[in-house]
Write a protein that binds this ligand. Structure first.
Ligand code: DLL
Length: 433
């Protein structure tokens, strides 16, 4: 049995999991009350003291934390330990305002790497595997997290980081990498490049991919699996809560198990803050139960998804989150209609395109316009204008039925849209300029 499959925790009964969460939550609230004046003030404003939180049933009473709080408290205002006990920071890739800086003690790094190790094992990883970590290394958490997890599992780890695609492929082939960790958009690009090099799925040594850090559709998963000849597993996380590994997919590939011994997940109505029942879609909120340096309670992620406790065929009992369909802040409102880029991606891939597209939103004469530019695949590439017009018409109809909105579709030649080595930029919203 792999060391990082921990059935006593990952397959524990609901009662056992709740007992762990109750005990850790009470301790964490006390700790934050004593050590994080910023959060203590928030509790006091609600008339709360630690005595009001006696179990996870009382969680709903606690105030939320948001990205704005993190910015207000930047850089040290939410520290739960003296800086002298912190050993590392990571930071988000956000492009607006101040970056979020998260702190880690050695204990936090250990827990985080354990979570990533669980994810690798759930994807079939063992000490016999060669794990190529093609997430970026540095302030971004992807590289460091999976690198640490891979070490813990005992895989031969290739910390190649992202970029230099031909060198990636050379290492992958020469060292017979069996597990690839990167963003799904970079995995798709690697697959595209390998195909151009004449490599077929059966020539590629990989068996599994652990892809996350951005929203990706089920259709994109199918595409990547076919091109690389692998099973593609989703992994979720965010810098504020450590990084990748907060939740991960198992062999059932139907939702990501949240590491419930370390995090409590809730789904709330983003407008009212009301906690929603299981199965309903809303904003994901996390409470970190045992993080020391950066202990966040009821942190609003802005990610939109739902949770399920339905039995999973893998035997794990930890609650599963469905693929986030997007973030409250990447939801586009176009002529009053809510549109997630992932819905557009689904239509494109269902029509045989690859995930090489860009969504351009503008406002012309006070009316929002939605322009979807998508590459033809090399197989469908043509300069026959009639054929192109037919294809565009079919996509306009597909988007209309998915979104209830008329979009303009422009087919462009293969390789026109810039490929991403990390998180892909899918949307250009010119209305904000
Ligand atoms: O993206 C951590 C990570 C690294 C996760 C590698 C998985 C793999 P941040 O840069 O702080 O951290 O971005 C966090 O990315 O709130 C989601 O909006 C999005 N995200 C992360 N994983 C997924 C996923 C890392 N599997 C933000 N599906 C999160 C959809 C994801 N969105």
């Amino acid at each position: 049995m792999e060391r990082y499959f921990q059935p006593e925790i990952e397959c524990a009964s609901r009662e056992q999991i709740k007992a762990i969460q109750d005990e850790r939550l009470v301790k964490q609230v006390q700790n934050v009350w004593e050590n994080v004046p910023y959060y203590r003030k928030k509790m006091e404003a609600k008339g709360l003291t630690p005595g009001d939180i006696r179990s996870s049933d009382d969680l709903y009473k606690l105030p939320f934390l948001s990205k704005d709080d993190l910015r207000d408290a930047y850089p040290y205002g939410l520290l739960g330990k003296p800086l002298s006990e912190c050993v590392r920071i990571h930071s988000t890739s956000g492009t607006t305002g101040k970056r979020v800086v998260a702190f880690y003690t050695q204990h936090d790094i250990d827990l985080w790497e354990d979570c990533c190790a669980r994810a690798i094992v759930a994807a079939g990883g063992t000490k016999g595997d060669v794990c190529q970590v093609s997430y970026g290394f540095g302030l971004f958490t992807g590289g460091a997290g999976l690198n640490g997890g891979s070490h813990k599992v005992g895989c031969l780890t290739v910390p190649i980081s992202s970029g230099n695609t031909d060198r990636q492929i050379m290492f992958l082939m020469d060292l017979s990498a069996t597990i690839l960790c990167c963003t799904p958009s970079y995995a798709a690009y690697l697959g595209e490049r390998m195909k151009e090099m004449g490599l077929k799925p059966e020539d590629i040594p990989l068996k599994a991919g652990i892809f996350g850090a951005e929203a990706w559709s089920e259709e994109m998963r199918q595409d990547i699996q076919k091109t690389l000849g692998i099973k593609a597993y989703d992994i979720y996380g965010l810098t504020e809560l450590s990084g990748p590994g907060v939740a991960f997919e198992c062999s059932a590939q139907s939702g990501m198990h949240i590491n419930e011994d370390h995090f409590i997940a809730e789904i709330i109505d983003p407008d009212t803050g009301r906690v929603l029942p299981e199965g309903e879609q809303g904003e994901l909120v996390f409470t970190s139960l045992d993080k020391e340096a950066f202990p966040l309670l009821r942190y609003r992620t802005k990610d939109i998804c739902s949770l399920t406790r339905e039995k999973c065929s893998c035997g794990r009992t930890h609650v599963r989150m469905h693929k986030p369909m997007g973030r409250t802040d990447d939801m586009l409102i176009i002529r009053g209609v809510n549109v997630f880029p992932s819905q557009i991606e689904t239509v494109l891939l269902n029509h045989g395109y690859a995930a090489n597209y860009q969504i351009i939103v503008d406002r012309v004469n006070n009316t929002d316009t939605l322009d979807v530019q998508v590459e033809m695949t090399p197989e469908m590439f043509t300069d026959n204008m009639g054929e192109i017009a037919e294809r565009q018409k079919a996509l306009v109809a597909g988007l209309q039925s998915m979104l209830g909105l008329k979009a303009k579709v422009t087919l462009v030649a293969p390789k026109t849209i810039v490929r991403s080595e990390g998180k892909a930029v899918r949307v250009i919203d010119k209305r904000k300029i």
